[in-house]
Design a protein around this ligand. Sequence first.
Ligand code: IMP
Ligand code: MG
Length: 187
Amino acid sequence: MKREPAVERVIFSAPEIRETIGQLARTIARDYAGQPLLVLGVLKGALYACVDLARALAVQPEPPGPIELDFITASSYGGSTVSSGNVRIACEPQTGIAGKNVLLVEDVVDGGLTLARLQAFVQERRPASLRTCVLFDKPSARMADVPVDYRGHAVPDQFVVGYGLDYQESYRNLPYLAQLRSWVFSQ
Ligand code: IMP
Ligand code: MG
């Protein structure tokens, strides 16, 4: 595969991420075997994580079911690499949340303010249960105490892109998680 010139270093390769998604799916399937589940992905960052996780759940020996898939859009960074803390729900899910088992799927938890806001949004709509799955976690950056039930990879407290994560809307489509070269940020 041709390496994107803006990439300094690959942190997790596509096969490593696939393996992690598989492990998350096995654990989640054990917890929800045979139970209906609403998988609620946080756009745009968790697009890949959510879709790949939902697919991996479907091939488990005893998957949750039926699985509904919906999305919620949160925005917090406003184009910078530092969280503004001003988290906005830009687009609400179309599916009802009340009385359902909800699995919130987020790409990365950094300060935690985005996740805290999203969890409050879901809880206000009275789900039967709410659990949170986060693919990448930056534990040393945490400002808010947010519960995370399923965690993929821990990553260092640095800005990363790929597998859904962007820098100014670019690089989401990279199939791996990467650190960008410093010149990208000064352009
Ligand atoms: P938090 O509110 O500080 O936890 O920020 C979480 C949100 O910021 C996530 O939903 C991501 O969209 C975005 N984010 C956090 N860290 C990164 C990163 O390293 N790269 C790209 N986006 C990030
Ligand atoms: Mg996000």
